[in-house]
Design a protein around this ligand. Structure first.
Ligand SMILES: [Cu+2]
Length: 118
């Protein structure tokens, strides 16, 4: 009886793990690049768990800001937001359903974009 119970618990554990693990088919990677004075794409839609890569041109950075800062073209960094330096290639994982607003500091007010995580 003990064996059956532990087998059952093991199976439960395995099935719950495979459910909570990121499904490689459902999670995907997304890349944001720069072109002229624009982030491409300017609005990225992705899913929770996705990896977001930044490949920035040498004259551009990407600083996450609040929605309010975004709307008034302020480059004041968001606390605990992402910050990628000039010409940096890096990434972050979108682990929360929210909208990330970010700007290129020297190219405001033109150069700003959003990442919509659903
Ligand atoms: Cu720029």
């Amino acid at each position: 009886m003990k064996k059956i119970l532990s087998l059952f618990l093991t199976l439960m554990l395995i099935s719950s793990c495979s459910k909570s693990d990121l499904d490689p088919i459902l999670s995907s990677s997304n890349t944001i690049t720069t072109s002229g004075l624009n982030f491409v794409p300017s609005s990225l839609n992705c899913s929770v768990g996705d990896t977001i890569f930044f490949e920035l041109g040498s004259s551009h950075n990407a600083i996450e800001v609040s929605e309010d800062s975004y709307n008034i073209n302020s480059s004041s960094p968001l606390e605990n937001g992402f910050q990628f330096g000039f010409g940096e290639s890096s990434f972050f994982i979108a682990n929360e359903a929210k909208i990330h607003y970010y700007v290129c500091v020297p190219h405001l007010p033109q150069m700003k974009a959003r990442i919509i995580v659903e």
